[in-house]
Design a protein around this ligand. Structure first.
Ligand code: CP3
Length: 347
């Protein structure tokens, strides 16, 4: 792809399997409500969807954490539910309640989706990517992302967040062929969406499978590993060779199987994964990314810094990227993020 003439950015080198003396770092949800400057832009934008679909403002909030903390990567400001929205599923983000969708639980619900509408609906996101790519410092990489199909499907079927995904599981376990059609719609839209992000300037991609851990073993293969493999294959078939990070939260003992079965280049570890054991089991060739508990970022001080050093030391026996084990929470004091970033930059 493009950019080969220039030396690769540290994040890209690490994701491609190079061990660096100073591991690159970024944080999931590094843009968001813990930052006062985010809250100001958000208030100005109207709703959360309005912010995601406003390229100028979305680019601005993507860049805010980079200006403050100098991470090695920016992550596109968007949301995993923009795909269902672009497919025609009504979506609303309610204050204190999170996302609310009109649930889809059967073939009749599926027939209301319009796959042909997705790309044009997502065009503003590509303009955000292009704006951020043009504004980033030379060494800072731009990560694009999407939700993985299983996780996106849980929101589409439940109509929002849910503790146990009961309706999604009942459909997937009880009528696997019917549920496959939903997964296929999401896979196809996701390949188009991620390919467009790369065309607009994304240099690496992360697939968020937040609810991968909620499935039993055989279903994990069918609804987590297989659709992710289909996305990886779909992107590679289009000649897209940017590094791909899989984040199958809660996969635990199934991480190696997920890596081998999907073909992702790097694995995001959630905070429950023991890093030493993960390195032993996954070997020194795979780039591992993780995995500080975001609540330690709320606590700050030596509790946070000592754990960050320990994680970095155990992961850095091979290629690695320092990150959290899940997203930054809104209560996080910005000065704790500054202290952690200073440690990770080595100043
Ligand atoms: O900085 C970044 O990481 C980039 C932006 C980003 C957001 N959401 C912005 C956002 C990313 C990568 C996501 C991914 C996402 N969205 C996931 C997967 C990762 C994870 O957290 O598990 C999921 C499950 C969603 C769906 C979603 N979006 C929920 C459940 C919620 C409500 C809960 C919450 O945190 O408010 C959102 C809203 C959302 N997405 C916000 C942000 C900054 C907060 C909205 C606001 O400003 O009011």
């Amino acid at each position: 792809m493009s950019g080969r003439a220039k030396p690769e950015k540290p994040l890209i080198r690490a994701l491609r399997g190079e061990r660096l003396d100073r591991p690159p770092f970024w944080f999931m949800r590094q843009a968001g409500r813990y930052l006062p400057e985010y809250r100001a832009v958000r208030a100005d934008a109207g709703g959360f969807l309005d912010l995601c679909m406003n390229p100028e403002k979305a680019a601005e909030v993507t860049l805010q954490p980079i200006r403050r903390y100098g991470m090695d990567a920016a992550i596109l400001f968007a949301d995993i539910l923009l795909i269902p929205h672009a497919l025609g599923q009504p979506l609303d983000y309610r204050e204190g309640e999170g996302p609310v969708l009109e649930p889809i639980r059967d073939a009749a619900g599926l027939s209301r989706l319009d796959a042909s509408a997705a790309s044009s609906g997502l065009a503003p996101v590509m303009e955000t990517v292009a704006r951020v790519a043009a504004a980033l410092p030379d060494e800072t990489a731009l990560i694009g992302f999407a939700g993985a199909p299983w996780t996106v499907a849980t929101y589409m079927v439940e109509g929002g967040g849910s503790p146990d995904h009961r309706n999604t599981k009942r459909w997937a376990y009880g009528d696997p062929d019917g549920f496959t059609r939903l997964i296929e719609v999401v896979v196809d839209a996701t390949v188009d969406y991620l390919a467009a992000q790369v065309a607009a300037g994304a240099e690496a991609l992360q697939l968020f499978d937040t609810w991968a851990g909620s499935l039993a073993a055989p279903e994990f293969d069918r609804w987590v590993t297989a659709p992710t493999r289909a996305i990886v294959a779909g992107l590679r078939a289009r000649g897209i060779d940017v590094p791909l990070i899989g984040f199958p939260r809660g996969a635990g003992l199934r991480l190696a199987e997920y890596r081998d079965g999907t073909g992702v280049d790097a694995l995001g570890l959630d905070f429950a994964v023991p890093t030493t054991a993960a390195r032993e089991k996954l070997g020194d060739a795979t780039c591992l990314q993780g995995n500080l508990d975001p609540q330690l970022l709320v606590v700050g001080g030596d509790a946070m810094l000592d754990r960050a050093r320990a994680i970095r030391e155990t992961l850095n026996t091979g290629p690695c990227v320092f990150n959290l084990g899940h997203g930054i929470v809104p209560e996080t004091p910005p000065e704790h993020v500054a202290a952690l970033s200073a440690l990770l930059r080595g100043d």
